[in-house]
Design a protein around this ligand. Structure first.
Ligand code: FAD
Length: 461
């Protein structure tokens, strides 16, 4: 009935109520809620988005903005009769400005398409992660996606030079217009970045591209414990320009090898792996490779590392990256409960030990996969569902465990969401991460942008 009224108000809007589309577009990568949207709409341009928001206000319809649906916190889940606003038909490149190295695209544009566009013009879009082939720029901005190159290039937040968005009143906001300098008051662009679809629907983004980086090498080290990863990183940072620094546990390695039918890269089976990518400009490659061999020898002598594999060709490098990038997908078969935590790098080893200890004490039956962007102090903790445990009970137990983990996170001065957002799944824990005053201000901001609460209700706040 409401859908019919929406169709009357927005006659040229594509509205789909096919049960398969409701299923596929009503959720993201999380599997803890059944999708139950009333409809999925596919706006084709800014005008249709404005009309949709104004109609939704009148009809009191909740809207769930949706990009590539690769989110890991339930931000794009529609489980209560909402209307999903899918950006699949808004994937055009609108403008390329080679002087400012700026690219303006519609929000539904897939992240990998932006990377390819930049590469074809001898430029580089550095935001990169395993879901880049499906995730959208709008979703990346709404979650301020990080990925594997934050160490050198920062987050999606650092890429956004301008935004066009429609707020909950149907007003079009054109923010910052690609400027480097703009000190004319509050930067509303940065409020929308990371707002998880709760303040506005992002319609267009102007992204800052980078010069093509020099050739690189990838080094995978088998390391003996978590604390020595920091020693190794300190050693590597002295002589190399690092562009990525990732870690993962032996269990994560075993799972990827099984899921992808890969051979383990080393004969030994160390408890942790450290994967680093560093610049290898051709004129310095001999000296840098000698230095890498010396660091490795030193690390083995000191008992930090047991073995290493160095990739110098593009093909070898992608083979090594496959071990790291395959983890999320390999784990997905086990309905993982994901925690995406961050602390200062220096506190990471003690933090990880404390988390492990709390898990062993409270839920010794749980298997946990550890991996993450160690260079950024970002730990991905995936609790795997035991096959015989019901999903609802598993989520309840994980929430109980999370409460303990988030207390530890607060004690270590960290964050309960490094890059995946709060969404639906972490909403109950926001007060463990942000102060009462901060949450009150966030609610006030929400009220200004979206007075009727039609944009992604029940998420984040
Ligand atoms: C295998 C795998 C690996 C991953 N690795 C990483 C990683 O390394 N780093 C990382 O940061 N993330 C990672 N993610 C998480 C995910 O890919 C990111 O959060 C991504 O930015 C989500 O983009 P999306 O288009 O899929 O968004 P969706 O899942 O569709 O939506 C995410 C949130 O953004 C909102 N949203 C979407 N589009 C818009 C819009 N146009 N306007 C307003 N709000 C909008 C939604 O309402 C929702 O709250 C990974 C996910 C997977 C599946």
């Amino acid at each position: 009935m409401l859908t019919e009224k929406l169709a009357q108000a927005c006659p040229d809007l594509c509205i789909d109520t096919d049960p398969d589309v409701l299923q596929s577009h009503g959720r993201d990568w999380t599997r803890f809620r059944e999708p139950q949207p009333a409809a999925v709409v596919f706006p084709a341009n800014l005008r249709q988005v404005v009309k949709l928001v104004k109609a939704a206000r009148q009809l009191e319809l909740a809207l769930v903005p949706s990009g590539g649906r690769t989110g890991l916190s339930g931000g794009a889940v529609a489980a209560h009769g909402e209307v999903v606003v899918a950006m699949d038909r808004m994937r055009r490149v609108l403008e390329f400005d080679p002087v400012d190295r700026l690219l303006t695209v519609e929000a539904g544009t897939v992240t990998a398409a932006v990377q390819s566009f930049a590469r074809e013009r001898d430029l580089f879009y550095p935001v990169s992660f395993a879901a880049e082939g499906s995730a959208s720029i709008g979703g990346n901005i709404a979650t301020t996606a990080g990925g594997i190159r934050v160490l050198r290039y920062g987050l999606t937040r650092d890429r956004v030079a301008g935004l066009k968005a429609v707020d909950g009143r149907g007003r079009v906001l054109e923010l910052n217009r690609g400027l480097v300098k703009n000190a004319s008051g509050y930067d509303l662009r940065h409020l929308l970045i990371g707002s998880e679809g709760t303040l506005a629907i992002i319609v267009e983004a102007t992204l800052r591209l980078e010069p093509t980086p020099p050739p690189s090498a990838v080094l995978l080290l088998g390391v003996t414990s978590m604390p020595v990863i920091l020693d190794l990183m300190a050693e590597l940072r002295k002589g190399f320009s690092l562009s990525a620094c990732e870690f993962f546990s032996a269990e994560a390695m075993h799972m990827v090898c099984k899921a992808r039918a890969l051979r383990q890269p080393m004969d030994s089976d160390p408890p942790f792996y450290l994967l680093v990518e560093f610049d290898l400009p051709s004129e310095q490659s001999e000296a840098l490779l000698e230095r890498a061999a010396a660091v490795l020898e030193y690390a083995i002598e000191r008992g930090w590392a047991v073995d290493a594999v160095l990739a110098q060709s593009q093909l070898q490098a992608s083979e090594l990256w496959a071990y790291r990038e395959g983890i999320s997908e390999a784990a997905s078969a086990h309905t993982p409960y994901k925690n995406d935590l961050s602390v200062r790098l220096s506190r990471m080893p003690a933090f990880l030990s404390a988390l492990e200890e709390a898990t062993r004490r409270s839920f010794p039956q749980f298997q946990v996969l550890w991996y993450g962007h160690v260079g950024d102090g970002n730990l991905h903790m995936n609790v795997l569902k035991p096959a015989d445990l019901d999903t609802v009970e598993f989520e309840r137990m994980c929430k109980e465990l999370s409460r303990e983990h988030y207390e530890l996170t607060a004690r270590f001065g960290g964050s309960i969401s490094a890059e995946h957002g709060i969404g639906l799944l972490k909403r109950a824990f926001l007060a463990q991460a942000r102060s009462e005053a901060e949450i009150a201000l966030m609610r006030g901001i929400k009220q200004v942008f979206d007075p009727d609460g039609i944009l992604n209700p029940g998420k984040l706040l």
